[in-house]
Design a protein around this ligand. Structure first.
Ligand code: PLP
Length: 384
């Protein structure tokens, strides 16, 4: 039986544009490493590729110590355990929810502090008022890879005897005055999740400045084993495996080029968007080498009459999928909103920014034509 002929015009195939696209090493480069794994049958537990990647990452980032882990969330959970953080920790509500969840998994109360207008990171001027006798640390986030005010944060920590942990999940490769920002504070954590600038499918790392601390982190990521028969702490299984390690190792060769392509795209976006009334772009600081992990814009409904969500919907209708990172604020989720520090009146800037933000598609393989199309739809949505 023959099928009836359909006279309909074939529908135009529309390629969706997502907020990001992972930058992967060429498959033919991965294959020999996979063959080596199949030969050796070493799949995990500090195997040869794990050791190689841990060392190469340390050299690439120019940091004293790195510990690879299974993901960024476990990196946070372990970082808090390694420093024996308890009680209350002052943190930002303008982050991915894992930042606060990691505190809760350690029985620590998050105390939310408002953010700065300019960098969207924790506002050091508002930290001191939140310190109580139970406060033990500050957990700050380099949101979008924009560096926190690390000197001001450290000065407060030194005065009150607090630890400082940086959630640097967005900040792979970011430098300020030539220095990698991962060297700030007691610890920094990285995430290598599929949506991050540098990815190992899932994965993460902890960067620290002290050999003893690295040792403790390494025990904690492997159930607390110090050797075959000694368990020194109730650790967890947060080991990175050999497959993730080879992806990481090979991705170190391609990340710089990805950053450069993104820089070009960011420039293109800026050129197109800077004159659109109603769109605010973040300021770029002179002394920072950015990684262009995200491209956030801010849409002020009060001033221009068009809401962020209207723009978001207009783009979605054209198969473009920006993301509202970070909306809702962590402090507005049911698990956190009853905390005194989570109340809206205590966090005016964070709430406003969360209501205005839209992260546009940003990845090296994004074509110039696609950027033009996104900017055009944006302009139409705002000026209609
Ligand atoms: C992605 C992310 C995490 C969590 O990392 P995973 O690797 O997904 O567990 C933590 N904090 C921030 C700010 C993130 O963006």
């Amino acid at each position: 039986m023959t099928l009836p002929i359909r006279e309909e015009k074939p529908r135009e195939i529309i390629k969706p544009i997502f907020v990001t696209k992972p930058n992967l090493p060429p498959l033919e480069k991965v294959m020999p490493y996979l063959e080596a794994i199949w030969q050796s049958k070493v799949l995990t537990n500090n195997g040869p590729f794990h050791q190689q990647f841990e060392e190469a990452l340390k050299r690439y980032l120019q940091v004293p110590y790195t510990s690879l882990v299974a993901n960024g969330t476990l990196a946070l959970v372990i970082a808090l355990q390694a420093l024996r953080i308890t009680g209350e920790v002052i943190t930002t509500p303008f982050s991915f929810v894992a930042t606060a969840h990691a505190l809760r998994w350690n029985d620590i109360t998050p105390v939310f502090c408002d953010i700065e207008e300019k960098t969207f990171t924790i506002d050091p001027n508002k930290i001191e008022a939140l310190i109580t006798p139970r406060t033990t640390a500050i957990l700050a986030v380099h949101v979008y890879g924009y560096p926190c005010q690390t000197d001001a944060i450290q000065a407060i920590a030194d005065t009150y005897g607090l630890r400082v942990i940086y959630d640097a999940a967005h900040a792979f490769g970011v430098r300020r005055n030539g220095k990698n920002i991962l060297n700030e504070g007691d610890l920094s954590i990285l995430s290598f999740h599929a949506t991050k600038l540098f990815t190992t499918f899932e994965g993460g790392a902890i960067v620290c400045q002290d050999e003893k601390l690295k040792k403790r982190i390494d025990y904690l990521r492997n159930f607390g084993f110090a050797n075959e028969v000694t368990v020194v702490a109730p650790g967890i299984n947060a080991k990175m495996n050999e497959f993730q390690s080879i992806i990481g190792l090979l991705s170190l060769d391609i990340v710089e080029e990805e950053i450069q392509r993104r820089k070009h795209i960011a420039h293109l976006y800026r050129t197109r968007l800077q004159d659109i009334r109603g769109v605010k772009l973040p300021e770029e600081l002179e002394d920072v080498e950015y990684n262009y992990a995200y491209f956030p814009i801010f849409i002020d409904e009060e001033e221009f009459g068009v809401s962020r969500d209207e723009v978001y919907t207009a783009l979605k209708e054209q198969h473009i999928f920006p993301r509202r990172y970070f909306y809702p604020l962590i402090s507005n989720f049911p698990s956190y909103r009853t905390l005194p520090s989570a109340q809206r009146e205590n966090l005016p800037i964070a709430n406003r920014v969360a209501d205005q933000v839209l992260c546009l598609p940003m990845y090296g393989a994004l074509e110039e034509e696609e950027v033009e199309k996104i900017c055009y739809i944006l302009w139409k949505a705002i000026s209609s």
